[in-house]
Design a protein around this ligand. Structure first.
Ligand code: A2H
Length: 266
């Protein structure tokens, strides 16, 4: 485990249309004119072009927190408190000075918001992506919201594949998860991964059967992270052609400059 704090990028995925259950729960509690954002924490901001959905833990407890007059964030209470204790938020637009805001306006379990349509910054899917369930989301890490990039994250690949295989079991519409996977990063290696490294690692190299195959997924995650960082270059976006190592901080900064992301450490 790292000793230094982990520096995440917290991304703002604006709600376009709530799930039926969520809209019933929030009506009269949040003004129609307000902007509400799901806020996943990521270590791979340069992969955000490949977002195909965004995960919540179906049994994890979430809140909607009022951040400014017109902005609300969806994440765990733990994340709200972490943010509030990161001094700079008290002096920024991202988090208010009042302690009232540390109480959620509404609380619900993740399953309630499954199906919600959100706008994912940089994603090639410009019409929006769906909030979907992921059993392995930890309530004790990041914001409890995980944006899904199946091209470069083996966990995300294995989960999306399972959602497509068993939509009824997960209580989703198949088409919410059945989205074409876009190559985002080219990796300079002899392994035949066709620019979609997570697919190669899950299907070919480690032959991972399910999102519960945690030991193999941990190895795949390690391979994908290292190869992406040290041997990867961008196939898309503002920094196309640049190495991942050089593009990573630039994509992050660009998202932050546009107000589509902010720094989150824990
Ligand atoms: B990463 P670390 Cl493309 N529960 O973002 C489970 N996983 C979580 C989480 C939680 N509460 N919060 C964040 N994460 C995921 C992108 C990505 C990520 C790619 C490739 C690898 C990767 C898209 N998903 O992570 O334990 C988030 O997924 C592998 C390291 O703090 C976040 O970055 O090191 C990463 O795990 C943080 O994991």
């Amino acid at each position: 485990e790292a000793i230094l704090p982990q520096e995440y990028t917290a991304l703002k995925l604006k709600v376009i249309e709530w799930s039926l259950k969520a809209s019933e729960l929030i009506k009269d509690k949040i003004p129609d004119s307000a902007n509400v954002y799901f806020v996943p924490a990521t270590l791979r901001p340069e992969t955000m072009y490949g977002q195909v959905c965004c995960f919540v833990g179906p049994n994890i407890n979430y809140g909607i927190f009022k951040v400014t007059e017109n902005e609300y964030y969806v994440f765990t209470k733990r994340a709200a408190w972490n943010l509030a204790f990161q001094g700079h938020f008290f002096d920024s637009d991202h988090f208010p000075k009042s302690n009232d805001a540390l109480q959620p306006v509404v609380e619900f379990s993740g399953s309630v918001v499954v199906g919600t349509l959100v706008h994912a910054p940089l994603s090639v899917l410009t019409k929006g992506v769906r909030i979907l369930p992921m059993e392995s989301v930890l309530a004790t890490k990041g914001t409890g919201v995980v944006t899904s990039v199946p091209s470069d994250s083996p966990d995300d690949y294995a989960t999306v594949r399972d959602l497509v295989k068993k939509p009824e079991f997960y209580g989703i519409k198949k088409e919410w998860a059945e989205v074409e996977i876009q190559p985002i990063i080219k990796i300079d290696s002899d392994e035949p991964h066709g620019n979609i490294i997570a697919k190669y690692l899950v299907e070919e190299k480690y032959k991972i059967q399910s999102p519960k195959d945690t030991a193999a997924l941990a190895k795949a995650k390690d391979d994908a992270y290292k190869d992406g960082f040290y041997k990867g270059s961008m196939l898309i976006g503002e920094f196309k052609g640049e190495s991942v190592e050089s593009a990573k901080p630039k994509v992050r900064e660009s998202l932050i400059q546009r107000g589509e992301a902010f720094a989150y450490a824990e």
